[in-house]
Design a protein around this ligand. Structure first.
Ligand SMILES: [Mn+2]
Length: 332
């Protein structure tokens, strides 16, 4: 099946679904929420009953995205009631936060369970969906969804245009990252013509930085180590530092903070790969970025059970941070 046929089949299945489940990745970012919202917009126009779910949706951070309030962080009790399940921007099945329940579903015969469609732009980890629409050259999942709307000749209304543009702008770091392709920019300009509001998006994604967030930036820069031989710029933030600088009630509103910091580190002259480690509960989370043509940070993250894109990836390991003479290490 070629891409056009896949996109047409996806639309046919969505159109025929009376009960539709839309899943975004755990701790969803703006691209995940926007992708979900674009599909909510479409499916509600088709008269489907929709459940949209993403675990750990940050409260307040993305409420400027159309339909965001329709996304719940409570997984549905019964997955079998759905005709179709859309999995958006998840990278790997584990990022749905209901991996086991989905796997149990997948071993049932096809006609007795929901049909699973995946839309994504992450590097492949494993094929599990009944229909996989994975376009790794796309800057955002909303750019994949743009293709879906175009091929099926669906109207891109103002809400959908805003959703597509939000995903494109945030996943390209506002067109600063290496994934800001000509197509991504051309589609963005088409979305503006379709009614998306650039000033509104900028207000909510750029002009939204808080005093506390700036203090975290300061500490991350202070803790920065640069290895001239490898080109690795690495910084780390402990729970103690984060508790002191960024009150817990502000964490969710600053959901993009760590991604912004590590992207900035990757843009420094001479840096090949940037790594930001931070403690979160009993885990250490790592974010990796590169602007280097030859580097593939998805592969690096996979060494620690993580994943992502060639240019942006992450992982999470049990343990805590300990300072060493040259940097940090993760200890149990
Ligand atoms: Mn994305």
């Amino acid at each position: 099946m070629n891409l056009i046929e896949k996109l047409q089949l996806a639309y046919q299945l969505i159109r025929e679904s009376r009960q539709l489940l839309i899943i975004g990745h755990t701790s969803p970012d703006a691209d995940a929420i926007s992708s979900m919202s674009a599909m909510i917009d479409l499916a509600s126009g088709l008269g489907s009953e929709i459940c949209a779910y993403a675990e750990n949706k940050p409260a307040g951070a993305y409420d400027f995205i159309p339909h965001e309030h329709l996304i719940t962080d409570q997984a549905p009790d019964d997955l079998r009631i759905f005709d179709t399940i859309l999995i958006l921007d998840c990278g790997a099945i584990s990022r749905t936060a209901i991996e086991e329940r989905l796997r149990k579903l997948l071993i049932l015969p096809g006609e007795s369970r929901p049909f699973i469609i995946e839309f994504d732009h992450h590097q492949p980890v494993e094929t599990y969906a009944d229909l996989e629409i994975r376009l790794t050259e796309k800057a955002s999942t909303t750019e994949v969804i743009y293709q879906f709307f175009k091929i099926n000749e669906l109207e891109i209304n103002k809400n959908v245009a805003n959703c597509i543009l939000i995903g494109l702008m945030t996943d390209t770091g506002h067109f600063l990252h290496a994934n800001s392709s000509r197509e991504a920019i051309a589609i963005s300009s088409e979305m503006l013509l379709a009614g998306a509001s650039l000033p509104k998006i900028i207000d909510h994604t750029v002009h939204n930085k808080s005093f506390s967030a700036l203090k975290v930036w300061g500490r991350a820069l202070e803790n920065l180590k640069f290895n001239k031989d490898t080109g690795l710029a690495a910084s780390a933030l402990t729970t103690q530092e984060l508790d002191e600088l960024l009150p817990k009630e502000l964490r969710e509103a600053n959901a993009d903070l760590f991604g912004d910091i590590v992207s900035f580190l990757a843009s420094l002259a001479g840096v090949r790969v940037a790594l930001l480690l931070r403690e979160e509960g009993a885990k250490v989370k790592g974010s990796l970025r590169t602007n280097d043509e030859d580097a593939d940070v998805a592969k690096i993250a996979q060494n620690w059970g993580g994943g992502g894109h060639k240019k942006a990836s992450g992982f999470s390991i049990e343990g805590r941070l300990a300072r060493t003479e040259t940097g940090w290490k993760v200890v149990k």
